[in-house]
Design a binder for this molecule. Structure first.
Ligand code: HPA
Length: 238
């Protein structure tokens, strides 16, 4: 079934077996232009830009996921199901739930807790904590060590909601109950799709704001910190 409703690629082999997925399609463009060679753009549908290029001679793709589980759910599904993608590494940002995390710290995601119904509705899978793929995640940890980049290995919260105005929601409850150290909005759905297709998924996050200290980074500052994370992810294909 290609092209798919959301990816305008008509042939196999255009998209690499390893795909880096930032949330922002313009960040996908930046990664492709900054780190890859021989870049070809493969997707413009809905401006969810996707590119294939080479890194140290190895073929790799990078594509935006959009924000939230419905969006990454669609793109990662189509990549795994219809384009032969084997590994997706999400490279995103997160908000810190703990003061042990500072702005710009990098997290390798161990697993994702979520209140989302994604797994139940898509696969009849009731789990509320989904692990990242062990092998791929261990590879990311090893690469970080080799590159001398300090990373945290943590459980995170994949949230369905960015703006909370309910007295029933306290992020501190999630820290206490599930040991969630940070929040983003995509990993849980990505891990469910990988699990269903027996493929691999992992996630690297840079802390962009803190719900504890209320500090936040600017867009320009985020870009710099982001580069470290990309360097870790790119070494996976070497
Ligand atoms: N909440 C949810 N997702 C996020 C945040 C946040 O504070 N920061 C970066 N992604």
């Amino acid at each position: 079934m290609i092209p798919t409703p959301h990816i305008g690629v008509k042939e196999q082999g255009v998209i690499a077996k390893v795909v880096l997925m930032p949330g922002d399609p313009l960040r996908a463009k930046f990664i492709a232009e900054t780190f890859l060679e021989d870049v070809v753009q493969f997707n413009t549908v809905r401006n969810m830009f996707g590119y294939t290029g080479t890194y140290k001679g190895e073929k790799i793709s990078v594509m935006g996921s959009g924000m939230g589980m419905p969006s990454i759910g669609i793109y990662s599904y189509e990549l795994y199901a219809y384009y032969g993608v084997e590994k997706i590494i999400r490279v995103g940002s997160c908000g810190a739930y703990s003061d042990k995390l500072n702005l710009y710290d990098v997290i390798v995601v161990k697993d994702a807790y979520s209140e989302s119904t994604f797994g139940k509705v898509a696969y009849g899978d009731d789990r509320e904590i989904m692990p990242s793929s062990k092998e791929l995640t261990e590879e990311l940890l090893e690469i970080s060590k080799k590159l001398g980049i300090k990373v945290f290995y943590e459980t995170i919260h994949s949230s369905d909601v960015f703006y909370h105005h309910s007295d029933d929601f306290k992020f501190t409850d999630l820290v206490e109950k599930y040991n969630c150290m940070a929040v983003e909005m995509e990993s849980f759905a990505l891990f469910h799709n990988a699990n269903y297709f027996k493929k691999q998924a992992a996630c690297l996050l840079t802390v962009s704001d803190s719900l504890v200290t209320h500090e936040a980074t600017t867009a320009e500052e985020r870009q710099l910190a982001f580069d470290q994370m990309i360097k870790i992810a790119l070494e996976v294909i070497k």
